[in-house]
Write a protein that binds this ligand. Sequence first.
Ligand code: FES
Ligand SMILES: [Fe+2]
Length: 389
Amino acid sequence: MTTAADHHVDPDIARAETLPPSAFTDPAFLELELRTLFARSWLLVPPAWGAPASDDTRSLAELVAVRGAHAPFTLLGRPLFLQRDWEGALRAFPNVCTHAWHTLVDGPGRARTVICPQHGRTFDCEGRFVGQQGFSKDALPGFPRPCDHLQAMAVGEWGPLLFVAPGAPARPFDAWLAPVRETTAGLGLDAMQRRTHGAEVREVEGNWKLHAWNYMDTFHITFIHRAPGGLADAIDMSSYRTELFDGAALQWAYAKDPRDGFDPARLPARFRDPARPERRVFALWWLLFPNVTLNFYPWGLSINAYEPVPGRPERTLFSWHHLVADEAQYARREEGWLSHQVDAEDVLAMKQVRRGVASGLAPRGRFAPGAEQGPHWFHRAVYEAVFGA
Ligand code: FES
Ligand SMILES: [Fe+2]
């Protein structure tokens, strides 16, 4: 049974248990998450139009920058398209005709209307049915019904990043992003350029929450990422901070080698250490609840999303995109520390955890109050979003 009582995550970390293992394996729980948590969240629109490593560098944000432009994308396995109207408002619509369900838009384009290829049903840029041969109001009482128009989903724009809310979002877009924007205002997001090199989309093992939990898990860094030249060598672990907000969480630490860190002038003053002004922040690691991470480095931004795969709770569609601010620093980003090594270490750890989760032998865990505020925050946020607590 999927009840709130069976999944309760106490707001007090000292009392809280993790979500039960079944929340990571049960198709019914994933269904419930899709209807509740994901329906009410801002979800990242995949940044790329072309295949991940193709030469097509166009981003979806660029493709729909002008009035009347549209472009299709897939999110949570569902076909959607972005449409900018002639007043400049951007919306997302199901890429499914309301007549007999043919795909409406199969590539980027720009027009006053969207015309279905199958029987010619025509919609305007705001998704309204405007006409179709054979469908006159006189012959069809009550036509068009509200559902004959395309149902718009809200879209939020932040520079090159687009987000869509499948249902009524739990948080207003600007309020949700305010703390993220505050810390990154000096990092030039708008001017960053997408790189297809390094872009990747692949299906990995483990429920989407295992990946987000792992991201919030500072505790594992000195264990899993202790290899020479790895993450634990690149940052000063004693300076590691986790800051929790409503719907977002920031982790950051000072670099061991100041050459690997941000120019302090690019970050708000609170990131400076008054006692040791030479210290530089290695990265701003933002998790945007539920499933997107924005990883700001001096070279630019690495974007990850952990998309659930409908019907398959133990798989995650993992995507990885880079936006580059500084070419020289981007070129040497693997020298400071081995980001691919860290990625491989996490994937291996997730394989092990996934086996444990599915074993039928896993009890609900507890949290270390001094070391696991991030994981606790994440479990609690899932509980609240799914059960409306
Ligand atoms: S399916 Fe679109 S017009 Fe028939
Ligand atoms: Fe990790």
